[in-house]
Design a protein around this ligand. Structure first.
Ligand code: NAD
Length: 322
């Protein structure tokens, strides 16, 4: 019977740590608190809910949040102008454009307009390159680097997956890891993180043949396919750690709403085989927002450090990502 990896409790513990960090930062820098700008386009109910949750989490730990809401028919130029203004605001350390954007907007153009040091979603090509080229491990740095010490932004959900493995004592180095899904937001970055932490990583996707036998080899399984309960108990190697990123809604007439949320893993059966497993909801989900807060706080502390170096007459500090 697996140990349940409690993402809700872990995220709460991280928020408490960050709250203390924010207080210390405000005291020592004498500047504004860390600030997150959230850009929301249109009236998708799920996006509005996510934005509300993000703002609430900011309030809890003393991070300022600034909302910028635009109608569905906003022009790309208007959005780019908004991002440009936020790039230069000293009280904004993180800029998040809630995805998806309407079809008439080129998502990549908007994401690329964000200054990489404020790109708390970690989706700007400069941050993606830093992740892919192994900037996760500076020369001479131990393999057991801490995510919180990186000098660029790692996407939040993948960061949350690794944090859960770390905090639940799952050894990554040398292990076989299998990732389901190859999206830019989850599958690819989580694979990169696992690889840089010295796991042997196999990426699987919708065209993988006999995926069950690939998953059976995994000491660590990260599921981000968005397919309700596709991973069965007999796919799981006994003793494996299972991180379920999937959020899928399935009809359920017995619930008030008429549906319920399930992950990509058949949780009830898989927890009899795995050593450690995340539930859905209450696993990776809450971690995503906690990592967004961490990226924002990191953005503020890095900006303050760079400003201190500049004030002392030094050259540029930090990552060089501006
Ligand atoms: P996506 O649709 O962009 O990508 C899905 C990936 O899964 C694709 O690469 C595809 O090749 C692969 N895939 C599809 N069917 C498959 C199959 N049968 N077998 C193996 N691979 C298959 O989705 P995404 O944005 O990466 O999200 C994945 C899931 O994670 C979704 O359920 C999403 O809701 C959830 N999600 C959760 C969080 C969170 O905070 N917990 C954050 C982001 C995404």
């Amino acid at each position: 019977n697996a140990k349940i990896i409690d993402g809700k409790a872990t995220a709460a513990a991280i928020r408490a740590e960050l709250k203390a960090e924010v207080e210390a930062h405000v005291q020592s820098s004498g500047g504004p608190p860390p600030g997150l700008a959230v850009v929301l386009v249109g009236d998708r109910r799920d996006s509005a809910t996510y934005v509300r949750m993000k703002k609430k989490a900011c309030d809890e730990i003393g991070v300022s949040s600034f909302g910028f809401d635009f109608p569905e028919d906003v022009t790309q130029d208007t959005l780019l102008a908004c991002v440009g203004e936020l790039n230069s605001r000293p009280d904004v350390h993180g800029i998040l454009v809630q995805l998806p954007l309407p079809k008439h907007i080129d998502e990549q153009s908007v994401l690329q307009a964000i200054t990489p040091s404020k790109d708390v979603d970690g989706l700007h090509p400069a941050n993606v390159a830093a992740l892919c080229t192994g900037r996760t491990r500076a020369p001479g740095q131990a393999a057991s680097w801490q995510l919180k010490d990186l000098d660029f932004h790692v996407p939040c959900t993948p960061q949350g997956c690794i944090e859960l493995l770390d905090r639940y004592g799952v050894e990554i180095s040398g292990k076989r890891a299998v990732v389901l899904g190859r999206s830019n937001i989850v599958g690819i970055p989580v694979s990169m993180l696992l690889m840089h932490r010295d796991a042997t990583v196999t990426m699987t996707h919708s065209k993988t043949v006999d995926i069950a036998s690939v998953v059976r080899e995994a000491d660590i399984v990260v599921c981000a396919a968005g397919r309700a309960e596709m991973v069965k108990a007999d796919w799981i190697k006994p003793g494996a750690a299972v991180i379920d990123v999937g959020i899928n809604s399935v009809d359920d007439a017995t619930t008030k709403k008429g549906y319920r949320l399930v992950g990509d893993v058949d949780f009830k059966a898989a927890k009899e085989v795995a050593a450690k497993i995340t539930p859905v909801p209450g696993g990776v989900g809450p971690m995503t927002i906690a990592m967004l807060l961490r990226n924002t706080v990191n953005g503020a502390t890095r900006a303050a450090a760079a400003a201190a170096v500049a004030a002392a007459g030094g050259g540029s500090a930090g990552s060089g990502l501006t």
